[in-house]
Design a protein around this ligand. Sequence first.
Ligand code: ATP
Ligand code: MG
Length: 568
Amino acid sequence: MYFSKAFIPTLKEAPSDLDNISAKLMARAGMTRKLGSGLFELLPLGLKTLKNVIEIIREEMESVDGQEVRLPLLLPKDLWIETGRWNVYGKELFRLKDRKDADFCLAPTHEEAITDLVRNNVSSYRQLPVMLYQFGIKFRDEIRPRFGVMRAREFLMKDAYSFHTDEADLEKYYKRVYEAYERICKRCGLKYRVVEAASGAIGGNFSHEFMILADTGEEEIAWCNCGYGANSEKAECLQSEKVDLSPMLETEEVLTPDIGSVEDVAKFLSSSEEKFIKTMIYVADGNPVAVLVRGDHDVNEIKLQTLIGCNELELAAPEIIQEVTGAKVGFAGPANLKKKIKIYADFSVPNIANAVTGANKDDKHIKNVNYGRDYKADVVADLKKVSKGDMCPRCQKEKLQFSRGIEIGHVFKLGTKYSKSMKATYLDDQGKENLMVMGCYGIGVTRILAAAIEQSYDENGIIWPVNLAPYKISIIPVDFKNNAIKEAAEKIYKELKTNKIDVLLDDRDERVGIKFKDADLIGIPFRITIGEKSLKDGNVEFKARTDDKSKSEFIKVENIVEYIKTKL
Ligand code: ATP
Ligand code: MG
């Protein structure tokens, strides 16, 4: 492509309504424009890059025997009633009516549609397994659309669904897709980690998320060199074996006027936060409960909610705390609560000997509180958030490490969740009817673009991994009006094209500095500069996007294409 003919509207400044680096750089590089909240246009450069991602994914889906389909984006309500999701999905689902007043939704995902297709066309074990996939637009009315194409309301997903005769066959196949996903991440040049995840509204019994490591990621992941990885909101904690065997001392009330936080009380009593029992009052489906964690720990509300099995969980309001404990906020403790409520304690709490905790009296704490003698819990369980210093719950040998990440893919073992509600069955070799067993596998294709940038950029712009780059090479003639330069540039350009290497020739009548700036902003991995002086010796200047200026090399015109091939 000649730059003068390309529609690449680069910008000096990013529009002010874009809220992260990748969204800003994509706009500045002329890849995207924002049309409205969570709605983005992909310009030629953006689409060209996206196609590279699509091609990698498509090849890997075909390598695990996937077959591509395309399903409608407009889906009738009936299918969603069958699975019960019409009512469960909530406000994220875009709903609309046709002229006959029939209800539809804009597809946020396609389990219903694909299960319908397969149940109507597969009836025998001989037709299984089968895996169908598509690149399809998804619509989700996200509460907070943000970060450009990363959390949009309309985005491109690759979704894939597999159907099997039994769990064992799904298990084997799931592993193959998992490995294909790893290859996709590697081929896209992405640093990633796989984490175990709870499966949310899509359901099923097991899932893994593929996370791209980036400091700007929305999620925190806890991982270990042994291979363990989990979203830190969901990471298990090892049950502490450390039991403090100090002899129990007499309890003692101490005055702590207006000092309520663990940190401040610890300072005031010259004690350490580890000696504290933090008592939090929550309301679970309308009922107040007390939750105990060690002073230096935090309650993991996801674990708490799962343990209680409630639909709604929130911290109690000050009036409720007063009513339950008999004291103002900051002085709750497990011993002598005014009202009898259920007490949930984290594993580590009963191990604290002679603990400090709120006295359930205004401005008072108690020292030397001990489990069994002074208080008891109804349930002792894993209730804390993992924190720095915690051991890996899997290998139990090393400390967990923490990184931020962006979820780009999610694989699920769905089991019979959808085949049961939608009656997707097949006849086995004995003529007996069985439910199909399903897997589903999603990748946020447009999100990969943004994630790749979050992982790789500098002050000058994007640095594309070679396989994703829209153009691999930028040819920069210092002066395109100079005949010798023009001739050399066009010769190299043609030769690269013959070799099917994507190249952008900057033929614009601009200062060379501007051409360099644009090539860097767009993130083209390699650049060839053609100037009068070096050309006199038959050379052009070659430089990688990641190299600094001093590292550029001079290569003979006739050798440059072969040289580039070794770099790609
Ligand atoms: P998230 O937790 O980020 O909302 P999700 O669990 O809702 O993701 P899935 O339903 O598993 O996502 O969808 C599969 C993939 O689609 C995700 O891994 C992600 O890469 C992508 N994706 C999900 N929501 C969006 C969105 N609003 N914009 C762009 N990509 C998205
Ligand atoms: Mg979501």
